[in-house]
Design a protein around this ligand. Structure first.
Ligand code: HEM
Ligand SMILES: *[C@@H]1O[C@H](CO)[C@@H](O)[C@H](O)[C@H]1NC(C)=O
Length: 492
């Protein structure tokens, strides 16, 4: 009998100890308790259920069901972390601006993207963030319009022209990868894009994966691709460094590597060549999957919204009619594309490329009477406010005119680019490249969906299940180039 009593005593002491430990840990607010909500199976929690909802594009219903059950602050467990799900504009404000929350850095992110803006902290983060914001600020983006225009025209001739059927998603990815690489890498971009387009895809896919580094997993493939890309970009960075050392002064190039070396020589940051390479990778990953999702879904929406398309065609044709076919678009042209940009914003509202944002509590937080322990994650999904009829009347309707009066949209309810100190620095860049791409696609082609009821999944970026195959018809030839004209005449 003695051992049994001993075990019971031991269990009682253990229980008391755990009780003290837990209540002690959560004593920063005597009246606060953890948010409601079940945590599911240990470790796994709601991970598979949420991933399944994203893949079947029912994530918005999934979030709404939890909010209905537990209220606007609830706990869950995803990707191995205790996570508080928050809903509403005030919650968005809290997530994007509160100083006790930090951008969540996963092990996968650190392994794949090294010391990039997404994984740095403190002073280094400040230096990189300010350099990147400088490189992407509107008056700098103006200088990139010509490069964007050239790359869009090049790819349209190569991949769209002369075909009567194309699959939009892979071509949009190729397009935005080509654009960001030709701006941040300069001359060598084309070779990188040709050799590593598939690697960028695998690297992007691995970011939200479990960090198990064996060859056939998403993460393992991502790691191998990351190494190949890093090697190729390092070679370019060495070349830039050499030519800067030889010339001894700044070359008038717009690439990001030269820009960072110049800032370094002015003492604006302390990044090494390796750190700069990691940040080039971070920018390319942040830039191309997001903007290609926007372009893909804009094309998809325009096929089912003939009135919106007609207005866009009118706006774009007018710009095209006032230029020679060999002229490049200018920033002034882009700023005249007002209605087209409203349609892009409506696309970002209904199908946000980034489904939500994760933060990590850097200390114990008392939020609206609930305790959020240090180390827990906090999460907000964009669709929760984007598709709420209190903020957007008739929320499933595609209606660009809602953006006519920006003041009618409540603050912190439209968040496609996030907000606060970590807000997307590429907002202006993505606006300009999307407008340049849409200009040529709309003025040169008409398109029809091959599958009328093609659905889409979030993986986690929204992607049509078949990649959006469309039938293409030519409206205008891509340039006055004789060879192309001859082709056009023959096909017409
Ligand atoms: C339609 C296109 C785009 C969308 C919807 C988008 C969305 C976002 C969002 C929501 C965030 C913040 C995530 C968070 O706070 O949790 C973000 C961050 C970021 N984006 Fe974008 N983005 C787009 C295009 C771009 C482009 C074109 C670039 C670069 C040229 C870029 C570079 C970045 C970078 C570097 C960050 C991280 C900033 C930081 O950690 O401080 N993005 N983006
Ligand atoms: C951050 O959130 C906490 C908890 O809700 C709040 O007490 C604090 O005032 C917030 N800080 C700012 C700057 O809003």
């Amino acid at each position: 009998m003695f051992p049994m009593a001993f075990i019971m005593l031991f269990a009682a002491i253990l229980a008391l100890f755990l009780h003290l430990l837990l209540t002690k840990k959560y004593s920063s607010c005597s009246t606060c308790s953890l948010p409601p909500g079940d945590l599911g199976i240990p470790v796994i929690g709601q991970t598979f259920s949420l991933i399944h909802a994203l893949r079947s594009n029912t994530d918005d219903q999934w979030f709404r069901a939890r909010i209905k059950n537990y209220g606007p602050v609830s706990k869950m467990s995803v990707l191995g972390s205790r996570t508080v799900l928050l809903a509403g504009p005030a919650a968005n404000h809290f997530i994007f601006t509160n100083e006790s929350l930090a951008l969540t850095q996963t092990r996968a992110l650190r392994a794949l993207l090294g010391r990039s803006i997404l994984t740095l902290k403190g002073d280094e983060l400040k230096q990189v963030r300010s350099a990147l914001q400088g490189y992407l600020r509107p008056d700098m983006v103006r200088k990139y319009v010509g490069t964007m225009d050239e790359e869009v025209k090049r790819q349209i001739k190569l991949n769209w022209f002369g075909r009567d059927r194309v699959t939009v998603l892979p071509l949009a990815r190729r397009l935005t990868l080509g654009i960001i690489c030709s701006v941040v890498l300069g001359q060598e971009a084309a070779t990188i894009v040709e050799a590593h387009a598939a690697d960028f895809q695998l690297l992007g896919d691995a970011i939200l994966s479990f960090p198990v580094n064996i060859p056939f997993t998403r993460f393992g493939k991502g790691m191998r691709s990351s190494a190949k890309i890093r090697k190729a970009i390092t070679r370019i960075a060495r070349k830039r460094e050499e030519s800067l050392l030889q010339d001894g002064h700044a070359v008038s190039s717009t690439d990001f590597i030269t820009y960072m070396f110049n800032l370094h020589s002015k003492g604006a940051h302390s990044l090494t060549l390796e750190d700069i390479v990691d940040n080039v990778m971070g920018i390319i990953i942040g830039a191309h999957g997001t903007t290609s999702a926007l372009i893909t879904f804009m094309i998809r929406h325009l096929t089912i919204e003939p009135d919106v398309l007609a207005k866009i065609i009118e706006e774009q044709d007018e710009i095209a009619d006032n230029k020679g076919t060999e002229d490049v678009l200018t920033w002034e042209d882009v700023s005249r594309m007002k209605y087209t940009w409203k349609a892009a914003m409506e696309t970002l509202r209904t199908v946000p490329p980034v489904f939500g944002s994760f933060r990590t509590a850097t200390k114990d937080i008392n939020y609206q009477g609930y305790h959020i322990p240090k180390g827990w994650k906090v999460f907000a999904a964009q669709s929760i406010t984007h598709l709420d009829s209190r903020f957007f009347k008739d929320p499933t309707k595609f209606d660009p005119s809602r953006f006519e009066k920006r003041s009618s949209i409540p603050p912190y309810s439209f968040m496609p680019f996030g907000g606060g100190p970590r807000m997307c620095p590429g907002t202006e860049f993505s606006r300009v490249e999307t407008m340049v791409a849409m200009h040529y696609l709309v003025t040169q082609f008409r398109w029809k969906l091959c599958y009328h009821d093609e659905t889409y999944k979030k993986d986690p970026k929204p992607s049509p299940v078949f990649g959006l195959p469309v039938e293409l018809e030519l409206r205008r030839p891509p340039s006055t180039d004789d060879a192309w004209n001859a082709l056009y005449v023959h096909s017409g």
